[in-house]
Write a protein that binds this ligand. Structure first.
Ligand SMILES: Cc1ncc(COP(=O)(O)O)c(C=O)c1O
Length: 411
């Protein structure tokens, strides 16, 4: 079975806005599915009141927010009390750093990478410096930007408290084998593991218990939904964290790690993304009594195949063009390469080539995409940076052809 791409595209109203435009900056934020827009609109028209009181519109508002929390907990195979819904991943990791870092002490160690977006790097480093904690860096291979699991082993000690890495780099697009890495970490240390999945979640929603991570974060505005960050924190470690909530709310897991307070309509809107996934599943597989996570896995098989087909010709073109340097893996055969494709032009600046692509109707960008350390360590000027073409499952072959034509003539 193949992904019914026409059905998929009919679920995203914005795709119809300008048929000549190819949106290829999805890793910066995706289009919003119709279902999420519907929930947001309904909330704002009918239940825009303080939620969780007894009067009808308020009670309905509370139910809409609870539906989102329960739905995402089911999707991630976690308890709703293990889910923080905050304004963004950067804020969620910032708050998390205060909550775990309060108990760090000199002599402790943490491991961070130079592959990550700064949201999963700077907050931990800053807290470690404040607390006298040793920072060890798991480093990418300097040509490809890929992480090798073998080089993680020597960094792990008895006193390693946390290891932070990314599920998928927002630059090189390679999906790191999280389950395998977690096993390596847990067999070589007592460290806990936090994974940034912002660049991975648009391609697949994972089962937290199967991954074995202690913390995991991603941003729904890149997963076809409202501007919210979801963060899983294993309940077993809540006791080793300090609440960041108002003192009278402390001990409430939905509030402990989100001092901002919930953004009511946006939280409710998160359920719309799952409504979309439900419809996508029903359209392809019919009625199903499988659980939410199992259905997401089935969708993923279709999405993966489709996204591989989108990425392959672009990777091929860039790899074989003498004037371009491709970062990351050159193929999708191992099913571990998201269609997030970054490359450096060798004979013109990234800015120049990007502007030509934009003038040809391709919505792409250049820069360091806040993976400043990675871009610098790959020997690339972080201001001009790389060009990033990032696609998701609603892309189609016609768009790929247009990207390739635009690239060819711009070069
Ligand atoms: C890989 C990765 N991690 C973290 C973030 C930060 O997410 P947010 O914008 O929700 O703070 C981004 C945003 O671009 C990202 O690409």
């Amino acid at each position: 079975m193949k992904l019914d791409i026409d059905f998929v595209r009919s679920q995203f109203g914005q795709l119809a806005d300008d048929p000549e435009f190819v949106f290829a900056s999805n890793a910066g934020g995706s289009y919003v599915c119709n279902q999420a827009n519907h929930v947001l609109e309904h909330y704002n028209h009918h239940t825009r009141v303080q939620p969780y009181s007894r009067y009808p519109s308020s009670a309905e508002a509370g139910r809409a927010m609870d539906r989102a929390r329960q739905g995402w907990a089911d999707a991630l195979n976690i308890d709703p009390g293990e889910l923080t819904i905050g304004p963004s991943t950067s804020i969620n990791t910032y708050v998390m750093a205060q909550a775990i870092g309060d108990l760090w002490k000199p002599g402790d160690e943490i491991v961070v990478t130079n592959q990550d977006h700064e949201a999963n790097s700077g907050v931990w480093r800053r807290k470690a410096l404040e607390k006298g904690v040793t920072i060890r860096q798991w480093e990418v291979e300097p040509e490809s930007g890929l992480l090798d699991i073998e080089s993680l082993f020597p960094l792990l000690r008895d006193n390693t408290r946390w290891v932070f890495f990314t599920h998928c780099s927002n630059i090189v697009g390679t999906v790191n084998p999280v389950t395998e890495i977690v096993k390596t970490i847990k067999s070589g240390s007592n460290a806990r593991v936090f994974v940034d999945a912002v660049a991975y979640a648009p391609h697949h929603i994972s089962d937290m218990k199967a991954l074995g991570v202690d913390g995991y974060a991603f941003s729904l505005y890149k997963v076809f939904g409202p501007h919210q960050g979801l963060m899983y924190i294993n309940r077993d470690i809540h006791g080793d964290m300090t609440s960041q909530a108002h003192y009278f709310n402390s001990g409430n897991p939905a509030k402990d790690f989100n001092p901002a307070g919930p953004q009511h309509a946006q939280v409710a809107g998160c359920a719309g993304v799952l409504d979309y996934f439900d419809e996508l599943h029903r359209h392809h597989f019919g009625a199903s009594d499988k659980n939410s996570n199992a259905r997401l896995d089935e969708i993923h098989q279709l999405v993966l195949q489709h996204e591989n087909e989108l990425a392959a010709p672009i990777l091929d073109f860039i790899e074989h063009h003498a004037d371009l340097r491709l970062l990351g893996k050159t193929h999708t055969r191992d099913n571990d390469r998201a269609p997030t494709i970054a490359f450096k032009p060798l004979k013109q600046s990234a800015a120049e080539l990007t502007h030509k692509l934009q003038d040809a109707g391709i919505g792409t960008e250049h820069g360091n995409f806040y993976a400043h350390r990675l871009i610098s360590d790959l020997g690339i000027d972080p201001e001009d940076g790389v060009i990033r073409l990032s696609l998701v499952h609603y892309g189609n072959q016609d768009e790929v052809d247009r990207i390739l034509r635009a690239l060819d003539s711009a070069l």
